[in-house]
Design a protein around this ligand. Structure first.
Ligand code: KG4
Ligand code: ZN
Length: 404
């Protein structure tokens, strides 16, 4: 069954054609993503209206590109030839359409959902609405042609087995789930305030990084082997399976103030408690008037060591609570998903902790390009949940969708 999948929950416009193989994994025929991240880098976060306008521009060309690329044929790069071919493929080779319906930014979600509904109606294809967050976990069921090159990321010879613990760590969410089967899952805990990626992005911004800061934090941290600084790993010793990262943000802010050469920097980081929706962690927030970027002076070594300490604080609690959940529920696998999982240090630390604790649990982390938002993961979830299809009139964008 070939599925055309569409993802537009935040700043990416993505379409993919995927198919479940006999071996119960998902293969990707095409996965095309257009990102407006460069626009947002300049503003330090996403301006929703701008993101949606870009998505409205790119949605159809991205779908056409994904459909035509899925055949592997050489199709002339002419507007009409491509659109005609895309229409043929839709009519004759696509069996269903899948789309992210939440959580995310309302304007962005509407672009994808309305495009998917139109295709479903016009071509009479079943429509499968997908929760973006679960899509992140299902990226682990994808096997791409080049996965052998990515041996450090996941177990090559195996597929996830149930029960599994899913950890979602993105710019808007940090959640732990227990999956008993493809259709039975339970939310175990999550962040009480900021998401892990959100904390990294906001602290990174404070030390002069552009949005999103996660990749640069990883790069800087890997330049040092230790740090003379340390940040408290939040909620490390609590009995629950929850997280909290806003305290870390404040601690880092205080620390950076102390270490700024001029001691003149006052910078307000937007707090999650005044953020109306937790899924909007990546949004641009107007900095306070007291911000004095030009006065913030940290030398390169200090910045690298701050990044190292920051990663350590965030990763230690993520790993501890995930392993705790895995032991408690006797999980056979751990599936990691979300943009922060692109971080190789996190994957390596997870794997070492499993080995050091003598746990017989298999760790899965999707190939790097499938960790950040993309349509292939939405298609992967849909491939295992084809029975979730709904009449197109019933599918609505839901920005506040969570679990349940
Ligand atoms: O899943 P995603 O693409 O979008 C959401 O659904 O939120 O995640 C984006 C987040 C950002 O916070 C970004 O800084 C973080 O993923 N990220 C990373 C890395 N690459 C992206 N964090 C740490 N290390 C990375 N290499
Ligand atoms: Zn995401």
């Amino acid at each position: 069954m070939k599925i055309l999948a569409i993802e537009t929950s935040c700043d990416e416009t993505s379409a993919a054609v995927v198919e479940k193989s006999q071996g119960n994994y998902v293969i990707v025929h095409s996965n095309i993503t257009s990102s407006s991240v460069d626009l947002h880098a300049a503003t330090g976060g996403i301006i929703p209206e701008r993101a949606a306008r870009e998505q409205a521009k790119y949605m159809l060309p991205v779908i056409v590109e994904a459909l035509t690329a899925s055949t592997g044929e050489n199709i002339p790069d002419l507007y009409e030839a491509k659109w005609e071919k895309a229409s043929d493929i839709l009519k004759n080779s696509i069996d269903a359409v899948a789309v992210t319906y939440g959580p995310g930014l309302i304007g962005s979600l509407l672009v994808g959902v309305e495009a998917a509904k139109t295709i479903s109606f016009a071509y009479d294809k079943p429509l499968i609405p997908v929760n973006h967050l679960l899509g992140h976990l299902y990226a682990n069921f994808i096997r791409t042609n080049d996965y052998k090159l990515d041996a450090k990321r996941y177990t090559l010879d195996a597929l996830p087995t149930f029960p599994f613990i899913g950890l979602i760590v993105s710019g808007g969410h940090t959640d732990l789930l227990l999956y008993l089967s493809h259709t039975e899952y339970k939310w175990l805990g999550g962040t009480r305030d900021d998401a892990a990626g959100e904390a990294l992005d906001k602290i990174g911004r404070l030390i002069g990084m552009s949005y999103p800061a996660g990749p640069e934090i990883e790069k800087r941290a890997s330049k040092v082997n230790s740090s003379k600084f340390s940040f408290k790993s939040p909620m490390l010793h609590t009995d629950d399976l929850d997280f909290s990262f806003s305290g870390l943000k404040s601690e880092a802010q205080r620390f950076i103030h102390r270490h700024s050469e001029t001691h003149a920097v006052r910078r307000r980081i937007p707090s999650a408690s005044v953020n109306p929706l937790r899924s909007f962690g990546k949004l641009y927030t107007e900095p306070s008037r007291s911000v004095q970027d030009d006065k913030l002076q940290l030398d390169e070594q200090t910045k690298n060591e701050i990044c190292f300490a920051l990663q350590k604080a965030v990763f230690t609690v993520l790993i501890k609570k995930t392993l705790k959940a895995a032991e408690k529920y006797k999980a056979k696998s751990i599936l990691l998903g979300g943009g922060v999982i692109a971080n190789q240090t996190l994957i390596n630390s997870f794997q070492s902790s499993i080995v050091n604790n003598n746990l017989s649990i298999k760790l899965f982390a999707a190939t790097k390009s499938l960790c950040t938002d993309n349509a292939a993961m939405i298609g992967a979830y849909a491939a295992f949940h084809t029975e979730d299809n709904k009449p197109w009139e019933k599918v609505q964008a839901n920005p506040e969708l969570y679990f349940g």
